[in-house]
Design a protein around this ligand. Structure first.
Ligand code: PEP
Ligand code: MG
Length: 870
């Protein structure tokens, strides 16, 4: 295989092979944009390296050949003493993993070539020695694994309170010597002077950084596959740190927070790229570059327009200005907030750059779900600081000042806000654990901002008035407010406001739009409306809701549900009706049982009537009672204690209940007397429910009842229940479909037989997952799922996202066999997976007619059902 591609050879579609950075550098090169020449080593080389522990055969030769070509083009050799070519070695995976992997700049410098570099820069010694110390620092930290603090401390000591721009050549020269001492002390060897050795060591270090703990954690969080590997781009260096006519910056073609078109970015004079991202010095807004260097600014604006039209999307870029000459170092389709994603998709469609179909693919159900989160109420709350609105949302929690504390408190179920001066990639675990992130330094492109936006986590950054002391675990404001660890604060990532204490939250405008209660006249709501309307046109699957009362049904309908896919009737047996169920369980004669059922029937009828009214004209699938009866009885231990304490004075009913509990006790109730089994064993319960359904359906014109039997494993079970139900319906003169859940593996495997007796199937993938894996759905997530996720046995809980290989296989078999036996069989899903984006795409692929999910997920499901078709 070919392991190395020159920038002129690749293009943006080769992300899998060249990584996002390499592929886009190639694309920009081919667009004729000013990209410093270089080449990219493929992800395949990285995969081989990680597998074998050595670089693949032939790679070294290819790298040498490409380097030689680069040297020939640049007219200087790597590290050449009097006129050195220097290169950067950068990581770049197919999926963007901001700051997670390594980069080494200024490769090729040593005690000789540092002089050559100064000569190239018209005698700028300060610049040359600054570049050299940066190389040793980055190389030491990333390639040689030396604690970065050691270098940082040495720098702080040298600065002695001075601003970094006040340091002189001699200072940096001294720092180089100190850094070399650190390297020697930490590794037992001298810093490698040989430029070629520097380069190959850096390449291998970048390969290895794919498996750095923070990268592994980030991938798990973002569900990026673990085996892709990173590409490595080797790029000739250009310098933003060789004077005030140089600098480095980051820019977006639109505001990644709001989607507004305009000039968004940060610029830092006389600095190298890592200074911006690390928030070392405060940057200036990109607009100010216009007054510093109009020619460069104008060119940058032109390039940004070219890029946006070419990629037909928001792009973010990194650039460097070297003594008045603009260079493009990176571009990619930029991350954005959920709100910006909707607005940008619709803006681009309006501009004619993309179709509405494509606009629908540019947003995700997860983003829509984020927009449905509540926000802070406008009034109330003591404002203590204002920072940048880096990632929207409303977060309330206890202030914590380290990743460790964030993780610790979150594990105890506490809501925390991670407060830092600035974050770095080691804070990732804390950011995941926290409700929100607050920093006092760094702009919208700082690490905290970029990572938080990617995770959809609320973030306020650069709140400069805050004096954050990580050591003392507190921050203070200019007005003297002190917030210590554990004090509650609220942060608003949409406005950048920081409040003391807990601020009340209000519903999102998007939810109000769905509810039909908002004014609905803002750009975001308009964009959501456009996308959702189009989504409804293109999707094939219907979306229903799981709801078991009239109120939820009505809300689901407002959210766009086209029916009820699962009404769990057992929820109607709880609360004050519990004693009626107790009577049913305690009944010892037919009369007693009938009396108990007769008391429940009118209540059930009223429930169904309310739901039918709310869903008039739409199908309502009512599931007959499912869980084991003891779930409706008092707790065994509590009741035993009560009866024991009362002694002879114990109430008769309590004693009877206790006896019943003993009688009904099961070792594995979820595999015991529940669902259809219960209906067959306790006479009259199902019949009562069907009568109630029939009566309610008759009372509400336009009702469309569907009766669903749970936990069926054999067609014979279904036949018994169906025959009885049919008779009751016939007597009442009501028509209703009768179908079954497919939630036991045997049902899926014998679906052909079952379909003979069922007019519809609804996949109960909660139980189907439980029974297919043999995992107790109530216990395992806490017991061992985190270990399984860690071991990579699965990338995500199979209760969250449908396991296509196993459970999905059963669904596929059942759908095929069922349809073969009964071509007009209706197929749906009502397990939790019905609201999960990936599972919805699967349901579309196997040809289900609808998905059913909780009311709040209905809009998400509508959108994802559409995206599945595109
Ligand atoms: C299921 O098992 O997927 C289902 C929808 O039923 P329940 O969750 O009520 O068991
Ligand atoms: Mg079930």
């Amino acid at each position: 295989p070919k392991y190395v591609y020159d920038f002129t050879e690749g293009n943006k579609d080769l992300k899998g092979l060249l990584g996002g950075k390499g592929a886009n550098l190639a694309e920009m090169t081919n667009l004729g944009l000013p990209v410093p020449p270089g080449f990219t080593i493929t992800t395949e080389a990285c995969q081989n390296f990680l597998r074998d522990g050595v670089v693949p055969e032939g790679m070294r030769e290819e790298v040498s050949a490409h380097l030689a070509a680069l040297e020939a083009r640049m007219g200087r050799r790597l590290g050449q003493a009097d006129d050195p070519l220097l290169v950067s070695v950068r990581s770049g995976a197919a999926f963007s993993m901001p700051g997670m992997m390594e980069t080494v700049l200024n490769i090729g410098l040593n005690d000789e070539s540092v002089h050559g570099l100064a000569k190239q820069a018209s005698g700028n010694e300060r610049f040359a020695w600054d570049s050299y110390r940066r190389l040793i620092q980055m190389f030491g930290k990333t390639v040689q694994g030396i604690d970065g603090e050691l270098f940082d401390e040495a720098l702080e000591e040298l600065k002695d309170g001075r601003h970094d721009l006040e340091l002189e050549a001699a200072d940096f020269r001294r720092l180089v010597a100190t850094y070399k001492d650190i390297v020697r002390a930490q590794t037992g060897e001298d810093f490698p002077a040989d430029p070629h050795r520097q380069m190959s060591m850096a390449v291998e270090a970048v390969f290895k950084s794919w498996n750095a703990p923070r990268a592994v954690l980030y991938r798990r969080q973002e569900r990026i596959p673990a085996d892709l590997g990173t590409a490595v781009s080797v790029c000739s260096m250009v310098f933003g740190n060789c004077g005030m006519d140089s600098g480095t910056g980051v820019a977006f073609t639109r505001d990644p927070g709001s989607g507004q078109q305009g000039v968004y970015g940060d610029y830092l004079q006389n600095a190298q790229g890592e200074d911006v991202v690390a928030g070392i010095r405060n940057t200036m807004p990109l607009q100010e570059l216009e007054s510093l260097d109009k020619a460069v600014y104008d060119e940058l604006m032109r390039i940004m327009e070219t890029l946006e039209n070419h990629y037909r999307d928001l792009c973010d870029i990194e650039f460097t200005v070297e003594r008045g000459k603009l260079w493009m170092l990176q571009t990619r389709v930029g991350k954005r907030t959920a709100g910006a994603a909707f607005r940008i998709a619709v803006q681009l469609a309006d501009q004619g750059l993309i179709s509405l179909d494509e606009a629908v693919t540019r947003v995700t159900g997860d983003q829509l779900a984020q927009l449905m989160f509540p926000r802070f109420a406008d009034s109330g709350g003591e404002v203590i600081a204002k920072g940048m609105n880096a990632s929207p949302g409303a977060a309330v929690g206890k202030a914590v000042f380290s990743t460790e504390r964030a993780v610790e408190l979150a594990a105890r179920g506490e809501a925390v806000i991670l407060v830092r001066r600035e974050t770095n990639p080691d804070d990732l675990a804390g950011m995941i654990a926290a409700q929100g992130v607050l920093t006092s330094r760094g702009g919208k492109t700082s690490h905290a901002a970029v990572v938080a936006r990617g995770m959809g986590k609320t973030c306020v950054c650069g709140a400069e008035e805050l004096d954050v002391s990580v050591k003392e675990r507190r921050f203070t404001t200019p007005s003297g407010v002190v917030v210590s660890e554990g004090d509650v604060i609220s942060i608003d990532g949409t406005s950048g406001t920081v409040y003391l204490g807990e601020v009340p939250v209000v519903p999102s405008p998007v939810v109000e739009y769905f509810e039909g209660t908002g004014e609905a006249d803002d750009e975001l709501v308009g964009a959501v409306h456009r996308i959702m309307s189009h989504a409804d046109e293109v999707r094939r699957m219907a979306v229903r809701a799981n709801a078991d009362n009239a109120e939820d049904s009505a809300r689901a309908r407002r959210f766009g549900a086209q029916g009820i896919g699962l009404c769990r009737t057992e929820h109607m047996f709880l609360g004050e009706r519990r004693c009626l169920v107790e009577d049913l369980v305690l009944a010892t004669s037919d009369e007693e049982r009938e009396r108990a059922l007769a008391a429940l029937e009118p209540l059930q009828r009223a429930d169904f009537t309310g739901i039918f009214q709310a869903m008039e004209g739409l199908p309502v699938t009512i599931r007959l009672i499912d869980p084991p009866l003891h779930e409706f009885l008092p707790d065994f231990t509590e009741l035993s204690v009560k009866v024991a304490l009362a002694g002879d004075g114990a109430e008769k009913k309590d004693r009877e209940l206790l006896a019943a509990l003993k009688r009904l006790h099961e070792q594995n109730p979820m595999l015991g007397l529940r669902g259809v089994r219960l209906g067959l064993v306790i006479p009259g319960v199902f019949a009562m429910q069907v009568r109630a359904i029939a009566a309610a359906a008759k009372a509400v014109p336009g009702s469309r009842a569907e009766i669903m039997i749970p936990l069926v494993a054999a067609v014979q079970e279904l036949e018994h229940v169906r025959d009885e139900a049919r008779q009751i319906l016939a007597e009442a003169g009501v028509e209703a479909l009768i179908g079954t859940m497919i939630e036991v593996p045997r049902a899926a495997l014998t679906a052909g037989q079952i379909a003979e007796a069922a007019q519809f199937f609804s996949f109960g993938t909660n139980d189907l997952t439980q029974m297919t894996w043999g995992f107790s759905r109530d216990d395992v997530e806490a017991a061992f799922f985190s270990k399984y996720l860690e071991l990579g046995i699965f990338g995500v809980s199979p209760f969250e996202t449908l396991d296509r290989d196993g459970v999905g296989r059963l669904v596929t078999i059942a759908a095929e066999q069922g349809r073969k036996a009964r071509p007009d069989l209706k197929l749906g899903i009502c397990g939790e997976h019905g609201g999960d984006p990936d599972s919805i795409h699967f349901c579309h692929q196997v040809g289900l007619d609808y998905v059913s999910c909780s009311p709040f997920r209905v809009p998400v499901a509508r959108l994802e059902a559409a995206r599945a078709t595109l």
